[in-house]
Every structure is written in structure tokens, then in C-alpha cells.
Design a binder for this molecule. Sequence first.
Ligand SMILES: [Zn+2]
Length: 272
Amino acid sequence: MDIVFCIIVFIMGTVFGSFFTLAVYRIPLGLDITHSRSFCPKCNHRLEFIDLIPVLSYISLRGKCRYCGEKVRIRYLVLEVLSGLVFLLAYLSFNMNFPFFEINKLVDFAAFVMFYVTLVIILGIDKENIKINKSVLLFGIIMQFVYILYLYISAQIVTFDIYRYGMYLILMLIIFLLDTLLLSKKGESSYFLQILMLLDYMLMCVKLNVFLFIIALGMIFALIYWIFKKVECNFSGKPDILLEQKSRKFGVGFCFSVSAILVVIINNFIIF
Ligand SMILES: [Zn+2]
């Protein structure tokens, strides 16, 4: 049994989970995500290593800051546990045959982790700010191309696939240029074009049939999210015009990203 390795993978997931909350908070503010240490947003006390252990710190401190007693949002704990579970599910879905890992499967798993990291940070930022962060997307695209290069060198894909990926890349450049043009003219990046870039990135990462499932499930999520948001706005008692604006704006990228993570994991379980 590879139960020990499963636990290690779960812990890795929770560590990524706590990194995500930090990245989602800091990236839109233009803050550094790797070097500066975390601090409590209430008392500004620098957090020590012992305060930063995923899940365990939260439980041992009963969800409060060690220095000022301010409540820490339960959302952090939920995100860490969820992230641990996604890692575990993904690991199981790759059927890696512990401890005799095949190098190809290990690389596949690493590529999935990069896909997941990119999408989780994008969906977190999109949910809060209704915006797809282009630097995070660029990170994902570069990682995916390193993976594609590996697949090509190890003869797992053929020249035809390289043309296909080249086409997606050209498409990405065209959308990016259009968006930059709009940005310089209107002073505002187009959310629609940002979503197209996100979908094009997904096309680079998954097969076409998987992509269609992602779109279908993403649209269902978006519909549920939109209805939920409308109901929430109708009960909040704010003036109609404000409600109208608020219910129209919601994270479409968030819906497609959640859909992509789910569909890819389910698809892995089916093929392996
Ligand atoms: Zn504090």
C-alpha cells in the first residue's frame, strides 16, 4: 500500500493551498509572493514558521491569530484541505504504481500540478476582482510549453501536434494584441478577451474532447453562479440599478477553471 505516499501528497496539496491564498491576495496588489514573509492583516505581526503550517496551525490556534487573537477566516482552512484532496485525487487518478514510478507519469503529474496551480490562482483572483491575471496565465503557458517540448523529445506526440499547439499560440498572440490595442484605446482591458485567452490556454493543455466537456460543465456552473448571484442581490435590499450592475458582473473564468480541474481529474480516472 502506498498510504504513506498518499499522506505525503495530501500534505503537499495543503502547502500549495496555503500558498494559493497568499498568491491570490498579493498578486493583484503587485506584492512579492516568494520572498517576503506573511503577516497578520490585523496586527501586522510577522508570522513565524509555526504559524504557517497548513491545517495544523489553524486547528491548534482554534482559528485565531497567535499575537492579537483576531479571527482567521475559515476559508483558509477549507482551501488548504480542498487543495490537499485535489492533489490526492489527482495522484490516485494517475495510477502511478508506487514506488516504481515511471518517469513519464511523474512528468504528467508535474504538468497537472502546474495546470492546477495556474488555474487556482486565476480563479481566486477572478472571483474577487472579475479579472484574469495575465502574468499568471503566461506562467501557465510557459510551463505547458516546457511539457509539450518534453512530450515531443520523448516521442509521445508527433509533428502534427506541434502545428496544433503552434496554432493555439498564434491565436493567443492575436487575442493578446487585440486586448493590448483596446487597453491603449479605452484604457480598460476587455474581460471577454481575457476569458478567450484563458480558454485558449486550456486548449493548449487538454485534448479537444476534454476541452468540450470543460466548456459544457463550465457553462452549467456559470448559469448556477449567475442565478445564485441574482437571488443574493435581490435579497440584499440595495437600489435596483446597483443590483443590476452587481448581478451582471461575475467570475466566468472562475466557473471555467473549476470545471477544468474537475473534468481533467475525472477524465484521468477514466483513461488510466
Ligand atoms: Zn494578529
